[in-house]
Design a protein around this ligand. Structure first.
Ligand SMILES: Nc1ncnc2c1ncn2[C@@H]1O[C@H](COP(=O)(O)OP(=O)(O)OP(=O)(O)O)[C@@H](O)[C@H]1O
Length: 590
């Protein structure tokens, strides 16, 4: 029943908006099936015409017409069905792309980009094959089977009973094969996806793999994955391959039974030889469509299993679905007479799955000025930025942006308030211009783009690229880590958001760029809220507020001088244990 309802749902999705093509396919299918069914009768008529010498030309013409209908109809049917299937695949791919981009980052990371890529390519190809048989050959074969059995019923119901008994024995084995078929099809696609995921991961870590001379190790691990895919592929293939011989076995049983019972019935006079011959002709004719039905249902079952892998994505809750605004939520900043801070954490706790990472953290970042988050590695600083962006939702407590709890913002509106430069300073595989304009809602001239590039010290670098602002990044043109960070910073500047979140933006900058970066930050901080996860003392010292985070809690808050006096951890950090750039600073101070 479950199969039937998901099959019906699938058909509805495929046919939606393509009703004309569906009708055309239906009419062609009926015409072709009628022509096939009429063929044996027409051949009989021609034989009779040749014997009697009457209407020979007529029956030759009828046979020729039937052949044209069958040939042309089959070609037209295949074309219409291919159009239906391709459109369905297109919709499915686009729906998956649409959905994936709106899922929580953690969900997408958990599945993995290689696996998702495999769903979009290998799974859809497999599904396309299932649709070809399921939509293309199955309906026609079903019509043929029903039509032929109807003709056999008309000729001799007893012999039809014998025929169906033979096929029923085969059906028992086929049902058992189906059960494993769906499972092995799903396993095969999963193994393929795991291999794709492992491969993508290995390629992204290629320089590390090479430098560690770990090619052999990675090779072996990936080979193990491809071997698993081979095993499940073979399992799937033999089950598919058995469908045809089992059907043929059913036919042999039926044939033997029909010949024995037919001969007995001729002997007792309840059947004549002509009817038995016609019956046997139909029995031979029905084998191919029965095989196609058996195979087609098998492929359809496999297709439904694979389709389930798409549904897993299409039904997963998006970020919007996850953040159900709580009417009980109260924003401390709203009830406060002071203007709301740009960012406020109020007793926020958060865990990744079951691992607590943030525990009852409270702090505020003012509308203007730099708030620096410092602390040992793994303290939870980057996680705090993720909570502001609503990549993650707090387990308890409240994160507010401009006085409104993050889950009460419409997500696009919330993110319009924030420019975010992540640790990797991610750039898309697109032109420099488009990379700069991501997240920027206003019209920007090239002159303005160049001005911003100059501000982050990149105007010359970009000017020297083969196509300047139109150069596509990532296609043979790579920027250095520091250049990427500066480009990401220019993007954040262009977005002109009231809040800027920076995650270790100076990690790959040289001291000259770092000075430039610090000046830009100070300019920005005059009118915007900058929350920066910083490991450089040069940035931290100029912050209007420093929040010291340790093991998911705030252990100190204040200015550089205040914290030097009050916070042991901050002193440790400043003494060079955890803030890089310390030596430079201490040397300078000396
Ligand atoms: N996506 C994730 N899933 C599970 N655990 C995570 C995830 N991201 C981070 N963590 C864990 O949460 C803790 C805090 O990580 P976070 O990146 O916020 O620390 P951080 O202070 O920014 O560290 P660093 O300075 O080294 O970047 C770490 O123990 C980390 O292992």
């Amino acid at each position: 029943m479950a199969d039937l309802s998901s099959g019906t749902r699938l058909s509805r999705q495929i046919y939606q908006g393509q009703e004309r093509q569906v009708w055309a396919a239906g009419v062609i299918c009926l015409l072709v099936s009628a022509a096939c069914l009429a063929m044996p009768a027409a051949v009989g008529q021609l034989v009779q015409a040749l014997a009697t010498g009457r209407d020979r030309a007529l029956w030759v013409a009828v046979l020729a017409a039937l052949a044209v209908v069958m040939g042309g109809g089959n070609a037209a049917y295949a074309a219409v069905v291919a159009g239906l299937a391709e459109r369905h695949i297109l919709r499915l791919r686009n729906a998956m792309i649409h959905r994936t981009l709106r899922l929580p980052v953690r969900h997408v990371r958990r599945i993995g980009s290689g696996d998702l890529g495999s769903r979009l390519t290998a799974d859809t190809m497999q599904l396309r094959g299932s649709l070809d048989i399921g939509l293309g050959q199955l309906p026609q074969a079903l019509l043929m089977v029903v039509g032929t059995f109807a003709a056999m019923l008309y000729l001799d119901p007893v012999l039809l009973g014998v025929t169906l008994t033979g096929f029923a024995a085969a059906a028992l084995v086929i049902t058992w094969l189906y059960r494993g078929l769906q499972r092995s099809a799903l396993e095969h696609q999963q193994h393929l996806a795991q291999a794709a995921q492992g491969y993508a991961h290995a390629l992204s870590a290629l320089p590390t793999v090479k430098s560690l001379r770990a090619e052999g190790h990675v090779d072996a691990a990936l080979n193990e994955m491809t071997e698993r895919a081979r095993r499940s592929g073979v399992d799937y293939a033999w089950r598919q391959a058995l469908l045809s011989p089992v059907t043929a076995l059913g036919q042999q049983l039926s044939l033997t039974g029909v010949i024995v019972v037919g001969a007995l019935r001729i002997t007792d006079g309840s059947l004549d030889l002509a009817a038995l011959s016609a019956f046997l002709l139909y029995l031979l004719q029905v084998v191919t469509p029965v095989s196609v039905v058996a195979m087609g249902l098998g492929r359809l079952k496999a297709g439904l299993a694979i389709r389930g892998r798409f549904d897993e994505i299409l039904r997963a809750p998006t970020e919007e679905d996850e953040a159900v605004p709580s009417p009980a939520a109260t924003d401390p900043a709203r009830s406060d007479p002071r203007p709301a801070p740009a960012v406020a954490f109020h007793t926020v706790s958060f865990a990744y799955e079951d691992t607590p990472v943030i525990s009852e953290i409270s702090f505020e970042a003012a509308v203007a000025g730099i708030t620096a988050l410092v602390g040992p590695s793994g303290a939870g600083k980057s996680t705090l930025l993720k909570l502001v962006e609503r990549f993650e939702l707090p387990g308890s407590g409240q994160v507010s942006v401009r006085g409104v709890p993050v889950e009460q913002w419409a997500l696009p509106e919330l993110r319009r308030q924030i420019a975010y430069v992540d640790q990797e300073a991610t750039l898309l595989n697109d032109t420099v211009r488009n990379n700069l304009l991501l997240g920027c809602d206003r019209r920007v001239t090239d002159a303005e783009l160049v001005r911003h590039l100059a501000r982050v010290g990149l105007a010359d670098v970009i000017g020297e690229l083969p196509a300047g602002l139109d150069t596509v990044l990532g296609q043979g043109v790579e920027l250095s880590g520091g250049q990427r960070q500066r480009l990401a910073l220019a993007r954040a500047l262009l977005a002109e958001t009231p809040i800027v979140l920076l995650d270790e933006p100076t990690s790959q900058l040289d001291s000259l760029s770092e000075d430039q970066f610090r000046r830009i930050l100070e300019d920005l901080a005059a009118s915007r809220c900058i929350v920066v996860v910083a490991h450089r003392l040069s940035t931290v010292k100029r912050a209007s507020k420093i929040v010291v985070v340790d093991a998911g809690t705030v252990v100190g808050e204040g200015t550089h001088d205040e914290l030097l006096e009050r916070s042991d951890l901050y002193r440790d950090l400043v003494n060079g244990q955890l803030l890089s750039g310390l030596e430079t600073e201490t040397t300078r101070a000396a």
